[in-house]
Design a protein around this ligand. Structure first.
Ligand code: NAD
Length: 347
């Protein structure tokens, strides 16, 4: 008997509904039995029930413990707090995991370089603690919080994953030459953890140098572990190496809950036109299926996506094709239908 999974689906704003419907179709096409609890957050929820992040979202996530989420619009420089940050904090999703790999056939600037990065970003503190105040008129302070507990658990997650997957090297990224106390604590926690994994090489790189090295020699990096802000910036830099935010998946994980999401925004310029690229959310679904122990389905969906990119005949406009979102999705589903089923382990 196949397992039945319950998953909270948060379609989000803008192109969110389009890319999540497409992703649900592909997950259903893998044959994995998912019962979707669809709940709304963001602009649609605000119009509907007057709240940007209604309680129904938490009620559902507390039942299912797992979510698939589209992008949600965040007002800049005012208004309510980011839904993404609130979900991460309230559900204690302390790991932000982003695997960054090149899809076959994609004509990026780095197409000839072998890029295979696993990024572990601390997700709950640092400058994202939301502690800002005006000290005196025209002087504002933002508090950067770094704790031993949060630093140890992200380092542990990175090294555990590296050990499980046979990865060779973990690089901690920091600015401890300037922020000696906060980033210094983060580094000490990484070093302590590294000492328990002697089979994995441990390196440290200052964040500005890391940016340059990632552009010049991305193939020399393997697993990266970072505090929240550097993690945010480096994740997007790394996404740019493999075709941009429309390509890469993201998983937010804690001890009890996990949310898999696309990291691109709501793309208001193309919303409702049926031309958005659902690859990022479909790649997040690959991670979600593995998390659900549906490894065979996870690998099949990953292979189907790679197959569609390798052929290059059903790609969306943002990656140089002319296919609609539906045509791309149908091509992925056709590949799934023709791929053999076998038991394999994937990440
Ligand atoms: P954006 O990612 O929405 O758009 C940037 C550009 O990339 C646009 O030209 C857009 O058309 C294109 N693009 C993005 N995703 C695409 C896709 N899947 N297929 C094809 N093209 C795609 O970034 P933005 O314009 O800076 O932000 C718009 C809104 O999204 C803002 O309100 C922002 O707060 C929000 N946002 C949400 C998340 C999230 O929820 N994870 C992340 C980033 C931005």
């Amino acid at each position: 008997m196949p397992n039945k999974h319950r998953v909270t689906l948060i379609p989000g704003d803008g192109i969110g509904t389009e890319v999540s419907d497409a992703t649900v179709r592909t997950i259903d096409a893998t044959g994995v039995d998912v019962e979707w609890e669809r709940v709304y957050a963001g602009a649609e929820a605000e119009a509907d029930v007057g709240e940007f992040l209604p309680d129904a979202v938490f009620e559902s996530l507390n039942r299912t413990r797992i979510g698939l989420k589209g992008p949600i619009a965040t007002p800049i420089g005012g208004g309510h707090r980011s839904v993404n940050v609130t979900l991460r904090k309230q559900l204690d999703l302390f790991v932000n995991f982003r695997p960054v790999r090149m899809l076959p056939g994609l004509l990026t600037r780095f197409r000839d370089v072998s890029i295979d990065l696993l990024i572990f970003r601390e997700n709950t503190e640092d400058l994202y603690s939301g502690l800002e105040h005006e000290v005196v008129k025209d002087v504002v302070e933002s508090l950067k919080i770094v704790t031993r507990a949060a630093s140890l658990r992200i380092a542990e997650a990175a090294f555990q994953h590296a050990a499980r997957e046979g990865r060779k090297k973990v690089t901690a990224i920091h600015k401890a030459n300037i922020m000696k106390m906060s980033d210094g604590l983060f580094l000490r926690c990484c070093r302590e953890t590294a000492a328990r994994f002697p089979e994995i090489a441990y390196h440290e790189t200052i964040v500005d140098n890391a940016c340059m090295q990632l552009v010049m020699r991305p193939e020399t990096f393997d697993v990266l572990v970072l505090p929240n802000l550097y993690g945010d910036i480096i994740s997007d830099l790394a996404a740019g190496l493999v075709g941009g935010l429309g390509m890469v998946p993201s998983a937010n994980m804690g001890h009890t809950h996990a949310i898999f999401e696309a990291v691109h925004g709501t793309a208001p310029d193309i919303a409702g036109k049926g031309i958005a690229n659902p690859t990022a959310l479909m790649q997040s679904a690959v991670l979600m299926l593995a998390y659900l122990n549906e490894h065979e389905a996870s690998l099949r969906l990953r292979s189907a996506l790679e197959g569609v990119y390798a052929e290059g005949t059903h790609l969306t406009r943002d990656v140089g094709g002319s296919a609609t979102l539906h045509e791309f999705t149908d091509a992925v589903i056709a590949k799934l239908a023709s791929s053999p089923q076998q038991a394999v382990h994937t990440t």
